[in-house]
Design a protein around this ligand. Structure first.
Ligand code: ADP
Ligand code: MG
Length: 698
C-alpha cells in the first residue's frame, strides 16, 4: 500500500533489500525452506544438500535488485566490518559471461585477509583465513552487492572474529537456560538472547571535519579550548532538531528500513551536536549485525548531507562522550520474556531464578564484562562522571530490591500495587506508574523486563559485551541447573537456592548514585573490582576462572583467548600511536607556525608602540605569555615524539603500558598549553576550527 500522493510508507520499503523469511518462503522449494528454517530458528545444523538451491535463488533475487557482486561480510578484531567483493560473473566458451553463484560460494569464502589482527595466531599457522555463512542473520543487498553475514576463522579452525564467539555463546546460553526451564517444567524448545542497541553519535560540519586532521585520523579532537557555551543550559537534550539534521535523519531512517533495520527512536542527546538512534530489539546476532550497519550508514549518509558523523567515545573534552546501551533479555520460542517479573514476582520461581542468574553472573564476571567494553576510546569515558563508572554494579529498583532482600532473608514478599498518577487536569489521562524507577548512573540496570548494559563505547562492535554477558549468564544458569536437577521439587527449591545466591552476590546490587565518590569507596569495601583503563582491564583475559568459563562453554579456547589478548593490546597501542603522531603533526605543521605568525605580529605592535614612545605593559605581557606557551608547546611536542618512538619500539604489554603511562599523559600535558594558546591567538590566524564551530555550526 502506498501512503498519500504515492509516497511510500515505512511499511512499503521495510526490508526491501533483505532476503527475509517471507521471500525465502515464496522463492524456495517447500522442503528447502523447511530445512533452512530448522537451522535459523531451532539452530539445527545446515543441510549441505540444500546450499546450491538456496544460492541459485538468492542470486536471482539479488540480481533482480541490481546486485552485480557478492561478499562474505565479517567482523575481524577491529571496530569496523570487512568484506571482499566478487562479481557473479563466470566466463563462457564464446567469450561472454553468465551470472553464477554456487552453494559452495554461499557457504564458504577464502578471503585470506591476513592483514587483520590475529594476535600472532596466523603467523605460526598458515596465513589463510576463511569465512563461513551464518544463516541465522539474513543476507541483504547494499551498494549493488549481496552481503552474506559470516564467521571468520583460520586455516587451523581457530576463530579470528567477533561473530563466531557470539554464535557460540548464544548456543551455550540456550542450552543452559533450557536445562533450568526443563527442571521447572517449562517445555521451551529454544531460548534466545535478545538485544536492543541504542547508539549515540555526534554530527559536525563536513567542512570543519575535513579541516581537522585529528577528527579525520583519530576520530576525536586531540586539543581544543572549551566553547563559551557547552551543554550547561540543557537546551539540546530532546531539543528541536536542526533542519540539516532532520534531512539527514530522514534519509538514514529510510536506508535502514530498506535493510530491514528497525530504526525506531531518534533524538538530540545532552551534548551539543550529539544524537541518539535506537533500534527495536532483535535476536542478539541480528542486533549485532544491525548495529554495525547503523554505524556504517551514519557515516556515509552524513557525508551525503555535507556532515560528518563521529562515533568516537570522546570526540570533545568538556562535553559528554558517546556510548551505547545494550538492552538484553531472554525469550523462549513461545515468545515468553524470561525477565518479565509478571504481576507477582515472588510467586514466579522462573523469574526469580533468572534474576538470580544475572546478578550472580555480573558479580562473578564483573572483570570480564568490564573488559568487554574496554578500548582506548572508552577509557576517556568510563568513570568520567557522565558515563557509568568502571565499576560494575546492578541497579534493580526499589521493588526488586525488596524482593531480593526478602528472599535473601527467607521472608515472603508482597508487591506493592503499581501506583497511579493523577495529574489533576481532567483531560489528561490517569497513568499507571512503571514498577521500576530509573537510575541513569548505573552501568547495568534492570529496566522493567530486561537489563540495560550501559558501559559500551559508541564505536565498539557490540558482539563482545553481548557474548561475554551471554557466557557469564550461561555459566550461572549451569550452576543453577545442576542444583535444580538434583532436587525432587525444583520449583520449591528455587527460594532456598535464590537466597543462597543473593547472600553471596547482592554486594553487586547498588541502587544509589554511581557517579559519587562515596560509591567508589563503598565498592572497594564490598570488594568489587575497579579497573580504570584498558591495559589493566585486559588482565581479565589471563585469569584462570575467566579462561575456564570461556573454554567450558566452547565460546573461546585457550589459543583464541591468547590471540585476542595480544590483538587487543596491539590495537590499543596502535590507536594511541596514531593519536600521538597526529598531535605531533598538527602541532608542528599547523599550530606552532600559526602561533609564530601571531608572535611576529604582536612583536611588531609592541615595537611600533615603543617607537611611538608609548609602551603598554598588558600588550607586552601578552607577548611574553604567548612566547612562553610556544616554548612549552615545542618542548612538549618533542617529548611526546620521543616517548612515542620509544613506546613503539616495545612489544605487547610493555608497549601498551608505555602508551598508557607515558604517551597519553604527554598528550594531555601538551594539550593543556595548546588549549591555553588557542583563546589568545586571533581567530583569523588559528589554523583549525574551534569547539564552538564544531559543536554549534553545521
Ligand atoms: P530508554 O530510554 O529506556 O533507554 P529506549 O526506548 O531508548 O528506552 O530504548 C529501549 C530499548 O530497549 C529499545 O532498543 C528496545 O527495543 C529495547 N528492548 C525492549 N524490550 C527488550 C527486550 N525484551 N530485550 C532486549 N531489548 C529490549
Ligand atoms: Mg537506554
Amino acid at each position: 500500500m502506498m501512503g498519500n500522493e504515492n509516497v511510500p510508507t515505512p511499511a512499503d520499503i521495510f526490508g526491501q533489500y533483505v532476503f527475509t523469511d517471507a521471500v525465502a518462503k515464496t522463492r524456495l522449494s517447500k522442503a528447502t525452506y523447511k530445512s533452512l528454517k530448522a537451522t535459523t530458528e531451532l539452530g539445527e545444523p545446515l543441510d549441505l544438500a540444500i546450499a546450491d538451491e538456496i544460492a541459485a535463488v538468492v542470486k536471482e533475487w539479488a540480481v533482480s535488485l541490481g546486485a552485480t557482486h557478492f561478499a562474505h561480510w565479517f567482523m575481524p578484531l577491529i571496530d569496523s566490518t570487512a568484506a571482499k567483493l566478487d562479481a557473479f560473473i563466470a566466463p563462457t566458451q564464446d567469450g561472454k559471461v553468465i551470472l553464477s553463484f554456487s552453494g559452495k560460494e554461499l557457504m564458504r569464502g577464502e578471503p585470506d585477509a591476513s592483514s587483520f589482527p590475529s594476535g600472532g595466531l596466523r603467523e605460526t599457522a598458515a596465513a589463510r583465513g576463511y569465512t563461513a555463512w551464518d544463516p541465522s542473520s539474513p543476507v541483504f543487498v547494499k551498494d549493488s552487492t549481496l552481503f552474506i553475514p559470516t564467521a571468520f576463522f583460520s586455516y587451523t579452525g581457530e576463530i579470528l572474529d567477533r561473530k563466531a564467539p557470539l554464535l557460540r555463546s548464544c548456543q551455550a546460553l540456550d542450552k543452559q537456560a533450557r536445562r533450568v526451564l526443563a527442571a521447572l517444567g517449562n517445555p521451551a524448545k529454544k531460548v534466545t538472547a535478545t538485544v536492543g542497541p541504542e547508539q549515540e553519535y555526534f554530527i559536525v560540519s563536513r567542512e570543519y571535519f575535513n579541516q581537522r586532521l585529528d577528527l579525520r585520523l583519530a576520530g576525536r579532537t586531540l586539543f581544543g579550548a572549551p566553547s563559551p557555551k557547552g551543554q550547561e543550559l540543557d537546551d539540546q537534550y530532546f531539543g528541536i532538531l536542526r533542519t540539516k539534521i532532520i534531512a539527514f535523519m530522514k534519509e538514514l531512517d529510510t536506508e535502514l528500513w530498506k535493510l530491514g533495520i528497525t530504526a525506531k527512536t531518534k533524538h538530540n542527546e545532552v551534548a551539543p551536536g550529539q544524537h541518539e538512534i535506537a533500534l527495536i530489539f532483535d535476536t542478539a546476532n541480528v542486533a549485532v549485525d544491525h548495529n554495525a550497519l547503523v554505524m556504517e550508514l551514519l557515516k556515509r549518509i552524513a557525508e551525503r548531507h555535507g556532515l560528518a558523523a563521529l562515533v568516537h567515545e570522546k570526540p570533545f573534552e568538556g562535553v559528554n562522550g558517546s556510548g551505547k546501551h545494550i538492552n538484553w533479555s531472554l525469550t523462549t520460542d513461545d515468545g515468553e520474556n524470561l525477565l518479565d517479573p509478571t504481576k507477582d514476582p515472588y510467586k514466579n520461581p522462573q523469574f526469580i531464578v533468572f534474576l538470580a542468574a544475572v546478578i550472580k553472573a555480573v558479580d562473578e564476571y564483573a572483570d570480564l564484562l568490564r573488559l568487554s567494553v574496554a578500548s582506548a576510546g572508552n577509557d576517556h569515558r568510563l568513570g568520567a562522571n557522565e558515563a557509568p563508572p568502571a565499576i560494575l554494579s546492578v541497579f534493580v529498583g526499589k521493588e526488586l530490591k525488596g524482593l531480593i532482600d526478602a528472599i535473601e532473608n527467607g521472608k515472603s514478599f508482597a508487591c506493592s500495587v503499581a501506583p497511579k498518577t493523577n495529574l489533576g487536569v481532567d483531560i489528561l489521562p490517569v497513568i499507571t506508574e512503571d514498577r521500576t524507577d530509573r537510575n541513569r548512573t548505573s552501568p547495568f540496570a534492570f529496566t522493567g523486563n530486561r537489563f540495560e548494559f550501559r558501559m559500551c563505547g559508541s564505536a565498539a562492535n557490540i558482539a563482545d559485551p553481548t557474548f561475554t554477558l551471554n557466557t557469564a549468564v550461561a555459566e550461572a544458569l549451569s550452576d543453577i541447573a545442576n542444583e535444580l536437577e538434583k532436587s525432587t521439587d525444583p520449583k520449591k527449591a528455587v527460594l532456598a537456592l535464590a537466597s543462597k545466591i543473593f547472600k553471596a552476590h547482592s554486594r553487586v546490587v547498588f541502587n544509589g548514585n554511581n557517579y559519587s565518590d562515596e560509591w567508589v569507596a563503598e565498592a572497594k569495601k564490598r570488594g568489587l573490582p575497579n579497573m580504570s583503563n584498558t591495559v589493566v582491564a585486559l588482565k581479565a583475559l589471563k585469569a584462570d576462572k575467566n579462561r575456564k568459563v570461556f573454554e567450558k562453554h566452547h565460546v573461546l579456547n585457550a589459543v583464541e583467548l591468547d590471540s585476542r589478548y595480544e590483538s587487543f593490546l596491539s590495537n590499543y597501542s596502535k590507536t594511541i600511536n596514531v593519536e600521538a603522531l597526529t598531535l605531533v603533526d598538527m602541532t608542528s605543521r599547523q599550530l606552532l607556525p600559526a602561533i609564530y605568525r601571531f608572535i611576529t605580529e604582536l612583536s611588531a605592535t609592541v615595537a611600533s608602540l615603543k617607537a611611538a614612545g608609548t609602551s603598554s605593559q598588558p600588550i607586552a605581557d601578552k607577548l611574553a605569555k604567548i612566547v612562553s606557551l610556544a616554548e612549552a608547546i615545542q618542548a612538549k611536542a618533542d617529548t611526546l615524539k620521543a616517548d612515542t618512538k620509544a613506546a613503539a619500539a616495545l612489544e605487547s604489554l610493555d608497549c601498551a603500558t608505555a602508551y598508557c603511562d607515558k604517551v597519553l599523559p604527554d598528550m594531555k600535558s601538551l594539550r593543556v598549553d595548546i588549549d591555553a594558546a588557542e583563546p589568545i591567538v586571533p581567530a583569523t590566524i588559528w589554523p583549525v576550527p574551534v569547539y564552538s564551530d564544531l559543536l554549534f555550526r553545521l
